[in-house]
Design a protein around this ligand. Structure first.
Ligand code: ZN
Length: 387
């Protein structure tokens, strides 16, 4: 039996309504006991005094086909190497490459790796900005259904690029096909908005995109400044956005190289639309900045007005709900696998930078200290590490 006692930290678990000085004892990779001043009982002590102990952070949108093109990052760089225990690939592969992703990326990773299967057989093999859905033959529902059924433990939904560049002359037809597929598979869609890559392509109107969606489907890049975003030319939310939110459509940050704009974020937040998931949209090109890691993206949301507890809630229990995995992750409970993140919260000013080099003075910094998964404690990699 291998026991570990996290001693002296502030346990912040919004999903369980817990915020206080509590110790956590782990045994054989599972949570054994939570309480004040737990005795060591032979356990190895990990001193976390002055640090935050939170449920394993969940980054719900990344690009993790390590070695594929310019993007594919090592899951453990953004995962346990960034204080994060679960990382979710946002459609790097279509149905045909998904078994390769499973065997060579997800299974060897030390982080928990989940994935959206791309609606297009091409996935992101060609790179961003290509017409991956413009030929109807590039969508093969039958094969997607087969790969989902064989990989239910890993697949959390279907990724759709709702951009003019990807859809081409097919317009919204691929999105409608995706929704029917989602119905058959009982899986949500993860829908990319924002014409960030296609030069000059016309994005579909957001209202038309949202009309194809159902409660539980997710719009990612909610703070994009690019055409096809949530704001009308007057800086107001399109009315269909509020209707969709009220009906249960979910919204994710998806920071990335292009899609976190502080001005857009302020306008969207001022009108009452809040993120359900917080994510880096991490890949090799944005790891050295402006993204770095999930704790940094969380700290940027704090600079935009959210409390620590709110951003931890987004990255834990809310993310688990968005992935429909609340029964297995998102809060620290006795008997569950021990997936825990330890963070340092510092009161210090730093300059947060968005995807368009806009800046904001943040008053609090959030940095990873440890990620704990399967009984192993991982220290963060330097932010220079991006492969
Ligand atoms: Zn992405």
């Amino acid at each position: 039996m291998k026991s570990l006692l996290l001693k002296g930290g502030r346990l912040l678990d919004p999903g369980s309504g817990v915020d206080g000085l509590l110790d956590v004892r782990l045994c054989d990779g599972a949570v054994e006991e939570i309480g004040p001043h737990l005795s060591a009982d032979g356990a190895t002590i990990l001193d976390v005094k002055g640090l935050l102990v939170v449920p394993g952070l969940i980054d719900v949108h990344l690009h993790l086909m390590n070695g594929l093109g310019a993007f594919g990052a090592d899951p453990d760089v953004f995962g346990v190497g960034s204080g994060v225990t679960t990382v979710v690939d946002a459609g790097s592969t279509g149905h045909s490459l998904l078994p390769v992703f499973r065997r060579h990326i997800a299974e060897p990773a030390k982080s928990r790796v989940l994935a959206y299967v791309n609606l297009s057989t091409l996935g992101s093999v060609a790179g961003a900005g290509y017409s991956t859905l413009a030929d109807p033959r590039l969508i093969d529902e039958e094969r997607i259904e087969q790969v989902v059924e064989a990989n239910r433990d890993m697949i959390v939904g279907v990724k759709v690029m709702a951009t003019g560049a990807a859809l081409g002359a097919e317009g919204l037809k691929p999105l409608r096909r995706a929704r029917r597929l989602g119905d058959n598979l009982r899986l949500p869609l993860l829908v990319h908005i924002g014409e960030s890559w296609g030069k000059g392509a016309q994005p579909p109107a957001i209202g038309e995109v949202l009309a194809c969606l159902q409660p539980g489907d997710i719009i990612t890049h909610m703070f994009t400044v690019h055409p096809g975003g949530l704001l009308n030319p007057n800086g107001r939310l399109w009315p269909e956005v509020c209707e969709a939110r009220d009906s249960g459509v979910l919204f994710d940050v998806g920071h990335g190289l292009h899609n976190l704009n502080f001005d857009v974020a302020r306008r969207v937040l001022d009108q009452g639309l809040k993120p359900d998931g917080v994510s880096t949209d991490g890949h090799r090109l944005n790891r050295p900045g402006p993204v770095y890691d999930l704790p940094t993206t969380m700290a940027k949301l704090m600079a935009l007005g959210f409390s620590l507890s709110q951003v931890v809630e987004m990255a834990t229990v809310n993310a688990a709900r968005l992935l429909r995995r609340s029964d297995e992750m998102g809060s620290i409970r006795a008997g569950r696998p021990a997936e825990i993140s330890v963070l340092r919260l510092e009161e210090r000013a730093w300059e947060a930078v968005d995807s368009q080099k806009g800046t904001l003075t943040a008053r609090q910094a959030l940095t990873p200290v440890f990620a704990i998964r399967n009984g192993t404690v991982y220290e963060p990699l330097s932010s220079e590490r991006y492969l």
